[in-house]
Design a protein around this ligand. Structure first.
Ligand SMILES: *Cc1c(COP(=O)(O)O)cnc(C)c1O
Length: 420
């Protein structure tokens, strides 16, 4: 359920017609619904209400400070994967003690910044990182709370590029070594092991891989405790899939039940890192049709958004529902389109052979479910502008990232001193 619905034949974001925003701001743009964001956070919070849980929003899904702030106001913490994201979370008002820091390649200076800030914990992903962190923290006279991110070697059954919990993936410490590493960490002066973490992938549409990972986590916690080691936190990552089309995805409440069923008696503080589940359906991308080009074998709808604005289709063959902003007559015949952007790459294709209502120059369309991994992955390829992001609340909207145009981009560049 989201707040992008048709009213009187027009697509609205909450109580504002998208055509009005398009007229005032220009296309393409991202727009988020604050009510939808809040609702999804609440649904997740309700799903885990029976256990001691800290919900750390995975900032990489949508790192706009206004989005983070909306969630932080509801009590969310943040899962960050860079110092940049940590700074965003702090700026948006997330307390340091609700920030967890994941990622396989944290540099010495990033580790230092995290220790200095006094965040809740660092999720350590390798023995090499552990050694460096131990050193850094000792130099600073600190003892940094950590959890070990474990690679549980389970198949998340998701797209290969977003699977992270198989032994061949770069993430986490192999589960077979984790107990030994934890034991070593507990003897280090610069770190304080608090528990374990896992995150097996993104857009999981089946709960069974979670179950397999949870069981492995439980075994490891028992083993550690058997060795007399303290385990007070278990971070279960994110990864819950959402419906991009008609397909079924597990409900957060079922996920919550699974956690209770498998790990409810563990006597730890749980941490969750949902990203997509919170913001995915809370955002859409609005674009205008530039040309409808009749090819020999295809009809191309060429639109003013491109792969640089929304990479998911070209990167992961991801599906996004495409809907008209002005509702079409139900009787009207539909047609097959390849929906493409203006970029000089064949990969700049959003949809192939998609059955849509007739399109013409100037029509507005919306990509649904574009709130996660949309704006955060956008770039300026082909010297295109970074497009605006907007937040809607009721009848109001705000520009929460303005357009970054070519003049400002060129301002970052300079000729070399020997060129005149
Ligand atoms: C990306 C990521 C998440 C969020 O994943 P979603 O599928 O968006 O829920 C959580 N934790 C870690 C460590 C991640 O890298």
């Amino acid at each position: 359920m989201d707040h992008f619905q048709y009213k009187n034949g027009e697509l609205y974001a909450e109580n504002i017609a998208l055509s009005k925003i398009a007229q005032e701001v220009g296309t393409p743009f991202y727009v988020y619904s604050q009510a939808t964001l809040e609702r999804h956070y609440q649904v997740f919070a309700d799903a885990v209400k029976d256990i001691d849980a800290t919900i750390c929003f995975a900032v990489k899904a949508n790192s706009n400070i206004s989005v983070i702030k909306a969630l932080s106001d509801l009590g969310a913490g943040a899962d960050v994967v860079s110092v940049g994201e940590m700074k965003r979370a702090l700026k948006a008002g997330v307390p340091a003690d609700k920030i967890v820091y994941s990622g396989v390649g944290k540099s010495r200076s990033e580790l230092k910044a995290a220790v200095e800030t006094g965040i809740r914990q660092i999720n350590v992903e390798s023995e090499e990182e552990l050694a460096v962190l131990n050193e850094v923290a000792q130099e600073m006279g600190a003892r940094m709370p950590i959890v070990l991110r474990v690679n549980p070697d389970v198949d998340a059954k998701t797209h290969a590029k977003i699977s992270t919990g198989k032994s061949g993936n770069k993430f986490g410490i192999d589960w077979k070594r984790a107990v030994e590493v934890y034991q070593r960490a507990s003897n280090m002066a610069g770190v304080e092991p608090k528990g374990l973490a896992c995150h097996i992938g993104s857009q999981l549409t089946d709960l069974e891989p979670f179950r397999a990972a949870f069981r492995r986590m439980k075994e490891m916690v028992s083993e550690l405790r058997g060795l007399g080691l303290d385990v007070s936190r278990v971070d279960l990552g994110g990864g819950l899939g959402i419906p991009y089309d008609e397909g079924d995805t597990p409900l957060p409440v079922e996920y919550g039940k699974l956690v209770v069923e498998e790990l409810g008696d563990l006597d730890v503080e749980f941490e969750f890192e949902p990203g997509r589940m919170i913001v995915g359906n809370a955002g859409i991308l609005v674009s205008e049709v530039i040309y409808v080009k009749e090819g020999l074998s295809k009809t191309f709808a060429i639109i003013d958004a491109a792969m640089n604005d929304l990479m998911r289709p070209s990167l992961y063959d991801a599906y996004h529902a495409i809907v008209p902003v002005i509702e079409a007559d139900a009787e009207e015949a539909k047609q097959l389109y390849d929906v493409v952007g203006p970029i000089c790459e064949t990969g700049d294709t959003f949809a192939k052979d998609r059955l849509l209502n007739k399109l013409k120059t100037g029509d507005l369309i919306a990509f649904r479910t574009a709130g996660a991994y949309g704006a955060t992955m956008s770039n300026t390829y082909n010297s295109r502008s970074l497009i605006p992001e907007l937040m809607v609340k009721g009848e109001e909207y705000a520009i929460i990232r303005r357009r970054l145009d070519i003049e400002e981009q060129m301002d970052l560049e300079a000729l070399a001193s020997w060129q005149d």
